[in-house]
Design a protein around this ligand. Structure first.
Ligand SMILES: Nc1ncnc2c1ncn2[C@@H]1O[C@H](COP(=O)(O)OP(=O)(O)O)[C@@H](O)[C@H]1O
Ligand SMILES: [Mg+2]
Length: 222
């Protein structure tokens, strides 16, 4: 079997108190894993820990994705720049990924190629006609498409997505799901997503993990 994209060993996550304990998880190239569990369990905390936004409490996260900026994180609130255009939001993702791949070219080449990549990613999510619109004028579903394009433009090895299918009607969700599946398969990268909608989790993921088995119970509950 190929080397896993990420290997999580005995990981404990939380803030000044632990929430989830001794998580073990490996994700292989080309694999999509969904995590489910009730609200307040620590799903977002786990993604933020893997993304390196907050420190882990203990355990190991092994894989060389972080060093290369290979993690594409789609936070629950998307983190888009509301007054900036679709193009400029997608460009925020493209900046690191594209530059690395075109080191041999000159700056003019690089900037032209970057523009081609951005336009292609925007086209893939079906928003070419909105490319110059500011984010604040888009619907919730369209904003999720922009966040998807921004992540694809980054060419990450691991995509972390926090409930990114919410607010999408079935048609939109289906098209984003097939886009992400193709992307992960073609690039042999991996995806870890939080999805409380179990049918959608089953539709997108190869494997579903119920995080409640790692929940830290208070002595009264245990
Ligand atoms: N920055 C923070 N500092 C302290 N506690 C937090 C912080 N963010 C979230 N929490 C708490 O951690 C728990 C898990 O939150 P979260 O990971 O967002 O859950 P989920 O995504 O599963 O709904 C909640 O009880 C929440 O109040
Ligand atoms: Mg959450």
């Amino acid at each position: 079997m190929a080397k896993p994209i990420i290997r999580i060993r005995n990981l404990t996550v939380g803030y000044n108190f632990p929430l989830l304990d001794r998580i073990n998880l490996e994700i292989q190239p080309g694999e999509i894993v969904a995590i489910v569990g009730i609200s307040g369990l620590g799903k977002t905390t786990l993604l933020r820990t893997i993304a390196g936004v907050i420190p882990k409490l203990s355990g190991q996260i092994v894989g060389d994705i972080r060093a290369r900026g290979g993690i594409g994180y789609i936070p629950q609130r998307l983190g888009l720049v509301r007054h900036a255009s679709v193009y400029h939001n997608v460009e925020l993702g493209a900046r690191c990924g594209v530059k690395v791949r075109t080191d041999s070219g000159n700056l003019l080449d690089w900037s032209k190629r970057k523009s081609v990549v951005i336009r292609d990613c925007v086209a893939q999510v079906g928003l070419s006609d909105k490319i110059d619109e500011p984010i604040r004028r888009l619907s919730g579903g369209q904003q999720r498409r922009v966040a998807t394009a921004r992540t694809i433009a980054q060419k990450p090895q691991l995509i972390l997505a926090d409930e990114f299918l919410s607010e999408l009607d079935k048609e939109n969700a289906d098209s984003i799901i097939s886009l992400m599946k193709n992307y992960v398969n073609e690039n042999q990268c991996a995806m870890l997503l939080v999805e409380h909608h179990i049918e959608r989790a089953e539709q997108i993921a190869d494997r579903i993990i119920d995080l409640s088995e790692f929940e830290i119970k208070s002595p009264a509950e245990a």
